[in-house]
Structure formats: C-alpha cells, structure tokens
Write a protein that binds this ligand. Sequence first.
Ligand code: PYC
Length: 332
Amino acid sequence: MASHSFFCVDAHTCGNPVRVVVGGGPTLKGASMSDYRQDFLTRYDWVRHALMFEPRGHDMMSGSILYKPLREDCDIGWLFIETSGCLPMCGHGTIGTVTVALEQGLVTPRVEGKLSLDVPAGKVDVEYEMDGRFVDKVRLFNVASFLEATDIVIDVPGLGELTVDVSYGGNYYAIVEPQKNYAGLESLSAGEILHYSPIVRRLMQEKLQPVHPENPTINGVSHVMWTGAPRDPKAHGRNAVFYGDKAIDRSPCGTGTSARMAHLAAKGKLRPGDDFVHESIIGSLFEGRVESATSLAGRDAILPSVAGWARITGINTIFVDDRDPYAHGFQV
Ligand code: PYC
C-alpha cells in the first residue's frame, strides 16, 4: 500500500481548468518531451486518471506536469494531462501553466517577457505581459498548423449528412461549419453538442486517420469543433470544442483556434498578419493571429499565435491513497 502526494497549483484559462503539478510528478525516461509523453502513457497514466477524473477532478479537468526542459534552448518543459489523454499540445494549458510558473516563481526567464517551452509537440515560444506581480496576458507562438482534409461527408443519426473538414493546430480537429443540417452554434444545446460530438468523431475516425508528417506519435482526429457566428462584437468567430468523452472547452481552445486559422487561411479567408478573435461557448476570448505562412513536409501551413489570460484559483496538495477504491478516478 502506498500514498502519493501531488503538489498542484490550480488555475483556469478563460474559464477552462488548468491543474499544474509542480511537485510529485513521476521521473520519466527519454531524450525529448515526446519520449517522456510515451513513457508517461506506458507506465504512469494512472497519475493522469487520479488527478483529472472524479473524485479529484471532473469531466473538463486538464493540466500539466512540470519538468526540466530537455532542450537547451528552452526555459521549462511540461507534459499536458487531461481527461482526454496526454495531448501533444494544449493552448489553454500553455497559457495557464506559463501564468502559474511565472507568478509562483517556478521559472526564471532568460529574456524578460519571453519564455521558450519544451512540450511534446515541439518548442513553443511565448511572450507575456505583467501587471505588477501578476501575469496579464500570454501569447503563445504555436507549432505549424495546416489544413489536412476537406469535404468529408458523414451521416450523423439525428442530424443527417454533414460535410466536415479536418485541420491541425497541435491536435487534429474535425471542423463543422454551419450548413444545411447544422444551423450554427445557436442551434445546438450543450447537451446536444455532447451527444453529437463523439458520433462525429467516430465517423470521422472511420474515414480518415491523419498522421503528423514529422511526428507519427501525433495522429488521429481527437477533437470536434462546432463553429458559429460570434456574439461579442470584438470576435470574428465562436466555437465549441469537444474533447475526451464529455468535455466542452470553456476557453476558445488554443490548438483549436490555431487549427481554425489554418483552415481559414487555406481557404483564402485569412492572410499572414490577420487577427482572428475567437469566442468560447461561455463568451471568453482568445486573440489569434496568423503570424506567417510556412510549409511543413511539402504542405502549405501557417505559424499561428494565440493570446489569452489565466488566473490562479488555489494551491492544492492531492493525496492518492492506494487503499482508496477510487484512487485512480472514475467516470459516470
Ligand atoms: O486550448 O488547445 C487547447 C485545448 C485542447 C483541449 C482543451 N483545450
């Protein structure tokens, strides 16, 4: 019998939770954060289950485990953990983790206002602005993002035929835009999004198994984005991103916003230098920007950036006691 303690700082980014494990995370093997991710999934996925699922977490729970960077050009590293798995990249998680690391003095930037992060999807640079001792805003410069596939037709029981595109922004997204059988976000309740999204994801997975051209461990359509007209006059678009089994992102979703910008850029609707303000299901905003055009393994791509804010909500020492029948969490 053993008891494990995890020292966490809890926060949220624009409404979506970020539980940052600052102590107690497992020692991992490998030469890169991508290797760490594989080792974590093989030997320690119970840590994710214990910290993310009920009774210590909930359907939307998401977070990170801090590590020393393995790349010399980075200031800090981490793995992303969620109810949905151990993501290669997470935008709201990055904004929240940077905020926690800076406000709690867990990282010393080599250059004031900038950090370089070692995460499984690669090196991610960020710029941040302070307001006194608090972080006011974090802008992350995301990995190359690209449109993967267009016009995939699926037949969704209850909705009918939908035409769906797939885009990558750190994770692969099925993007559903308003069309004949989907009138836009206003036409679906949260319950309906939770009902239809896993069906859309399964049908898309049957049609397409995307594999990242440079890292085959990043593969498969994992997230579903429903798009719609914004409510906030500052926003260019609104979305609801579904992930895991029961989660709708409360933030506008950083990798989703990157995927959406790559999608719009490939269709000629955004150009380098354009801003794209994305609104979440609860009305919070991320400021996206197409920084530049690039190419990845011969395909057209963009380098996007996404900015947002986070707030720390508490300090949390979490015990996982092996005598507890729910030590490794549960899902209803
Ligand atoms: O912000 O990239 C994101 C994200 C992924 C899943 C939930 N949030």
